[in-house]
Ligand binder design. Structure first.
Ligand SMILES: *Cc1c(COP(=O)(O)O)cnc(C)c1O
Length: 229
């Protein structure tokens, strides 16, 4: 087996073990292979092994890769999205993980209506309140959610967060837990077009803790494809 095959096998095994530990169904946890900065050949390798969910963090790279690869790939935009680039991706992504403002949600709605599609989104929340990270602050999201829920052409599927870099993944457990608690709070509003089924959290170094705290999407790059230069 090649390295990617071995890595995918290892990670899937770890996901399963982790789910067993906390009595979750492993089918609830979807692995997104983060292929940013990696050439299409590498994505093809993972595709041939049966992998279908891939994540990119830059619009240009996503736009270049989509036509070069099989049509049944599910593409996830996980990086910062600028409003002027929404139009390039609304009809080619499975899920936009990184909706960090009301203005961005409005633009996605506008472009979705133009192309007559429904776009699945997650709201990115800056649980750790890091200056350097995008995302809603928790107390800012709640009052804006009602308008987001009313926007046509978008379906809010859940929340996403990025944990700070930490030497010990236990240190970021409260961040993942905070995202889950916020999702539970939001569920109680019962807004139309807002369901809180998905929690996108956890990367190569902290995905196990994220799964223990309820992640339904883990976004893993370097553990699958090796370091990025
Ligand atoms: C790059 C990236 C990842 C994957 O990071 P790894 O540490 O390589 O697993 C996950 N989420 C986002 C938003 C990223 O930009």
């Amino acid at each position: 087996m090649n390295t990617i095959a071995l890595n995918l096998q290892d990670i899937n095994e770890e996901i399963k073990k982790c789910c067993d530990k906390v009595k979750r169904d492993p089918a609830e946890v979807k692995l997104i292979a983060v292929s940013k900065f990696k050439p299409v050949e590498v994505i093809e390798d993972a595709y041939k092994l049966g992998h279908r969910n891939f994540g990119e963090n830059r619009v240009q790279e996503l736009v270049d890769k989509v036509p070069a690869l099989p049509h049944d790939i599910k593409w996830h935009l996980i990086g910062t999205l600028q409003r002027n680039k929404v139009k390039y991706i609304v009809d080619s992504v499975e899920l936009i993980h990184s909706v960090h403002s009301l203005a961005l949600a409005r633009e996605i709605s506008k472009q979705a209506k133009k192309k007559n599609v429904d776009v699945n989104i997650l709201l990115q929340v800056n649980i750790a309140e890091e200056e350097s990270k995008h995302g809603f602050q928790e107390d800012q999201l709640l009052p804006e959610l009602k308008e987001i829920a009313s926007l046509e052409g978008i379906k809010v599927k859940g929340l996403m967060t990025m944990a700070p870099i930490a030497d010990d993944p236990e240190k970021v457990r409260p961040v993942f837990r905070g995202l889950r608690l916020l999702a539970e709070k939001i569920k109680e509003f019962n807004y139309p077009n807002v369901d809180m089924k998905e929690l996108s959290m956890g990367m190569s170094d902290d995905f196990k803790v994220a799964i223990e705290e309820g992640a339904t999407y883990v976004r893993i790059g370097s553990r699958i494809f090796g370091p990025r230069n």
